[in-house]
Design a binder for this molecule. Structure first.
Ligand SMILES: [Fe+2]
Ligand SMILES: [Fe+2]
Length: 189
């Protein structure tokens, strides 16, 4: 089902960003001068792509349509997790604003906020994979082409043309930008 494949690909991209985020935040907590723009870029991905675009597609298109077929409590629970996740994103944004590169105290506060955000979102993604996707496949298979068209329209309206591609390029560039601060392997005896 193509709508499920689109959401799964968005989850995969998000999981990559969460890995970079935790690596960069751990280095900041250790007092490494990780440039602030790495975190503001991740913040942009989180607020524009995850919060507005991905969660928006799920709530406004998928959950609302599934609610016509099932009263499964998981739908309401997933919405509550989006709300909690949004609150953690707001706390992360504040920690990014307060962060001073090279200062381990503000780096540690940022790492705590990043970890809390990442932990909830990983659990949420696992839950959607195991519970939401099978529900979509059962109840919405016949609506697949309609759903994917609605996804495209929603994305265009919410984040505008070209933003998805720009954010993709940003994800691809993260490993190179983090490389100078990657943990070095221990010296060989
Ligand atoms: Fe979700
Ligand atoms: Fe999702």
């Amino acid at each position: 089902m193509q709508a499920v494949d689109i959401l799964r690909a968005e989850h995969d991209g998000t999981l990559h960003v969460l890995t970079f985020l935790e690596q960069a935040a751990a280095a900041a907590a250790a007092g490494q001068p990780i440039p602030q723009n790495i975190f503001t870029d991740i913040q942009e991905f989180i607020t524009i792509f995850v919060d507005r675009c991905h969660h928006g597609k799920e709530e406004n298109i998928v959950f609302s349509r599934l609610a016509e077929h099932t009263a499964a409590p998981v739908l309401q629970e997933l919405v509550s997790e989006h709300t909690q996740n949004h609150a953690y994103a707001v706390a992360f944004v504040s920690a990014v604003q307060a962060y001073v590169p090279g200062d381990s105290a503000t780096g540690a506060a940022l790492a705590t906020a990043a970890h809390r955000y990442a932990e909830l979102l990983r659990r949420h993604i696992e839950r959607e994979t195991s519970q939401l996707f099978p529900l979509m496949q059962q109840a919405l298979s016949e609506d697949d082409s309609q759903l994917t068209a609605l996804f495209d329209r929603f994305e265009e309206e919410q984040i505008g043309h070209g933003t998805h591609e720009r954010l993709h390029q940003m994800i691809e560039a993260f490993p190179g930008r983090l490389a100078p601060w990657a943990p070095t392997p221990p010296p060989k005896p």
